[in-house]
Design a protein around this ligand. Structure first.
Ligand SMILES: C[S@@+](CC[C@H](N)C(=O)[O-])C[C@H]1O[C@@H](n2cnc3c(N)ncnc32)[C@H](O)[C@@H]1O
Length: 376
């Protein structure tokens, strides 16, 4: 064992860290940016919070790092932050308890319990539930929704089964998420996960509003706010639909119009980032000097959130290979598209991608124009 520091806490972690072997206690330093971003997003939301208690449940807690950081680093301007950390693995619980002791905090409770039992025992209790499983959050989404308060509750989740959400394992995606995936655009993986969570919540007359999402390394992460009532649930459902990709263009069809052969989905089609919350999260990571990685990711998301109603991006290398043109620098194409009156930005999902409200033909024209003007 060794003691390390992450954020504002000290942490006892195994020297010989393992990523997923059964019975090994989990601490993944690579996920520090994930945790930094999580705290920043939640703190951004809390800036004008009016309730005395903000209760967080981290039911898949591992070493406790995430829950302990929430307990130490989140500031509720109207009162307290309380955190409940759970895990099914007794070794993880033992370590989480030692970590709690080292950090000497009174606002944390650690419970040795299956996540679904812990969540089900706490109906409509938590202001926030953070699902951070190995693989898919799917087995816990239903009970997480039931354990969250129904208005302005926050449900955040990590999914590391990205190959499933991204379409590499189509059959598994249909089985696990009741949706047909589309590969080639990572944003669609997030939209599929959100679409699934919205369908899970709607049966309880709860709507879900996405406020922040990212796809980093081997995982996707999303933050959803609960909205109470049948109308809110219906509004969320109205934003679901099917997508077909034709010549790099995304053809969209609303779910309420019915499924059509050749389309993938169900996907969430609304905006996935709330620009104001992204902005306040950016301020938090900068003020607190969190990891450079977290700053970079949030900055990129802030840029692309100006086009939050645009679904996915155009992969410039793919388009150039199809039309047999050299790929111009991305920033040149973005400038050109903007000069022509389109909105355009980079996207954190793809270094070769451009998000724009232009059509693929507009992008192709810009590519050809650039190459024409830059002949040797
Ligand atoms: C990815 S790790 C959690 C990592 C941690 N949240 C962090 O940020 O470092 C997933 C954890 O879920 C625990 N787990 C797996 N199945 C569970 C279940 N059914 N109930 C509760 N905990 C479970 C594992 O023991 C493991 O510690």
């Amino acid at each position: 064992m060794e003691i390390i520091r992450e954020g504002q806490i000290k942490l006892k972690v195994p020297k010989n860290r393992s990523l997923s072997k059964k019975d090994k206690i989990f601490y993944n330093p690579v996920m520090e940016a994930n945790r930094d971003i999580s705290i920043a997003v939640v703190q951004g939301l809390l800036s004008d919070y009016k309730r005395e208690d903000f209760i967080v449940c981290d039911p898949l807690g591992g070493s406790g790092v995430r829950g302990l950081r929430y307990a130490k680093e989140l500031i509720n301007p109207s009162g307290r932050v309380k955190v409940i950390i759970g895990d099914i693995n007794p070794n993880a619980i033992k370590l989480a308890m030692e970590n709690l002791k080292i950090n000497d905090m009174e606002n944390v409770e650690i419970i040795h319990k299956d996540a679904n039992i812990l969540l089900s025992e706490n109906f409509r209790t938590f202001n926030m539930v953070d699902l951070d499983p190995f693989g898919s959050p799917n087995p816990y989404i239903d009970s997480a929704i039931r354990s969250c308060i129904t208005k302005n509750g926050l449900l955040s989740m990590t999914a590391t089964d990205t190959a499933v959400l991204y379409g590499t394992y189509r059959k598994t995606c249909i089985r696990n998420y009741d949706a047909i995936p589309i590969s080639g655009d990572k944003e669609l993986a997030i939209r599929l996960l959100i679409g699934y969570a919205i369908r899970m919540a709607s049966k309880y007359d709860i709507g879900l509003k996405p406020i922040f999402s990212h796809f980093t390394d081997h995982y996707v992460r999303t933050f959803l706010i609960t909205e109470r009532g049948a109308k809110k649930a219906d509004n969320s459902l109205k934003k679901l639909g099917y997508i077909r990709v034709e010549n790099e263009e995304k053809i969209i069809k609303l779910r309420e119009k019915g499924f059509e052969r050749g389309f993938g989905g169900v996907f969430y089609l609304g905006s996935i980032n709330d620009r104001d919350i992204v902005k306040s999260s950016l301020k938090v990571v900068e003020d607190r000097n969190y990891s450079e990685r977290s700053k970079k990711i949030i900055k990129e998301i802030y840029e692309e959130s100006a086009l939050s109603d645009v679904i996915g991006c155009y992969d410039i290398h793919k388009i150039c290979s199809n039309i047999k043109e050299l790929a111009p620098p991305i920033h040149e194409l973005i400038n050109r598209l903007k000069e022509q009156g389109f909105k355009a930005s980079r996207t954190h999902y793809n270094p070769n991608g451009i998000k724009t409200d232009g059509k693929v033909i507009d992008v192709i024209n810009c590519i050809r124009e650039y190459n024409e003007n830059n002949k040797y």
